[in-house]
Design a protein around this ligand. Structure first.
Ligand code: HEM
Length: 356
């Protein structure tokens, strides 16, 4: 395909292989010419920062519910049960009911309180491997920190953490586009196991409240009486789903970026640890662990004269938007002094903005 097509040409349809080969280069060429491209599976990938920001909470879009699962032939079973009861995949009143008890307990204060423990865990993981040869970055470091942290939030006993970690990552595959029919039995088994594990935790806190996050959540659910027992379980499973793979990917990517920039970035952070927060924010912009945010077009959406038809799946490309020079000066430079604001766009916007 020639990217020098005139502006009136229809946006191209691109294969996964083309899009995944060198995404940043590809988006850089496509973005000025087309506001979106279509993927071979029919989804529309929106490329420009202003459109991504607008459409994430635009009344012409809504959250995808069970449509994608059903399109892949899943009409029953534990995965459909999770998706149809989760705040992540719901709209309107159902979304509000499901989000309310979580957002009450999921406060900045709780997150701040976790910070020292995350640091100790990260240091222990590195210390345990020092002098022992290689460390497998993804599985022995990046995967352990989110799972152990969510386990701490949920008050999961230490001995259960390996089982919980395995369930979390097996279930979180469902959020990717890369799972195949062969993966499905394992994802379904893990979803069933995670749901009954969470049901057990909820039951325990109902009988023996401990003043922790889960006890507050159960009290709030019981007091509001707005959710079914299955919904109460699935919001906690959704926290596990939303917090595991995203953070695992973020940690692996950030360590990779540091290793690629040992001379400048790594040294800068060793001598100026106060810059770590800025480095994390810039890394999330530079290589976002969530490459796009899905929506469904509920009306025709006209972007710069090109139309995404009503009923189409839309992917708001954070990967492209966060490198759009219309918003980010010198977007391909990793810049520790870049102002990114309090509400980083990688966490979405509007009603579904990331809770974690
Ligand atoms: C670098 C890490 C993370 C990234 C990049 C990320 C990104 C996102 C994004 C883009 C959304 C919005 C989805 C949408 O609008 O459709 C979201 C929602 C959500 N995230 Fe995160 N997230 C991260 C970490 C976490 C963590 C650690 C947790 C929990 C422990 C979490 C829990 C959730 C939940 C429950 C939602 C659903 C909110 C709703 O639908 O109302 N996330 N996240």
């Amino acid at each position: 395909m020639s990217l020098s097509s005139p502006i009136t040409a229809a946006p191209p349809v691109l294969s996964f292989a083309a899009l995944n080969s060198a995404p940043h280069e590809f988006y850089k060429e496509l973005r000025p010419v087309f506001p979106f491209v279509q993927r071979e599976d029919g989804a529309f990938l929106v490329l420009r920062a202003h459109d991504v920001e607008k459409l994430v909470s635009d009344p012409r879009t809504r959250q995808i519910e069970t449509e994608l699962l059903r399109a892949r032939g899943i009409a029953s079973g534990p995965v459909l049960e999770l998706v149809s009861n989760s705040l992540l995949f719901s709209n309107g009143d159902a979304h509000h009911r499901r989000r309310r008890p979580l957002s009450r307990s999921f406060a900045f204060r709780m997150m701040e309180g976790l910070r020292p423990n995350v640091r100790i865990l990260a240091e222990e993981l590195v210390a345990s491997k020092r002098g022992a040869g290689e460390m497998r970055l993804r599985d022995e470091y990046a995967a352990v920190i989110p799972a152990a942290t969510i386990a701490a939030i949920l008050g999961i006993p230490r001995d259960d953490i390996p089982l919980f970690t395995s369930m979390a990552y097996r279930v979180s595959k469902i959020l990717t586009t890369s799972w195949t029919q062969e993966d499905l039995p394992d994802i379904e088994a893990a979803t069933r196991d995670l749901s009954s594990y969470v049901a057990g935790l909820i039951d325990d806190r109902r009988k023996r409240p401990r003043g922790d996050f889960l006890s507050d959540y159960v009290a709030s659910v019981d007091q509001a009486a707005e959710m079914s027992p299955v919904e109460a379980v699935m919001q906690i499973a959704s926290v596990v789903l939303g917090g595991s793979d995203t953070t695992r990917a973020a940690i692996a990517i950030m360590v990779g970026l540091l290793l690629e920039r040992q001379d400048c970035l790594w040294r800068a952070l060793r001598y100026r640890p106060a810059m770590v927060a800025a480095a994390v924010a810039e890394a999330l912009r530079f290589e976002p662990p969530v490459a796009s945010i899905p929506r469904l077009a509920i009306e025709d959406i006209n972007l710069d004269g090109h139309v995404i038809p009503r009923g189409s799946p839309v992917l708001l490309s954070t990967m492209s938007g966060l490198r759009d020079p219309a918003v980010f000066i010198d977007p391909d430079q990793f810049n520790l002094t870049r102002p990114l604001g309090k509400w980083h766009p990688v966490f979405g916007g509007g009603e579904h903005r990331c809770l974690g």
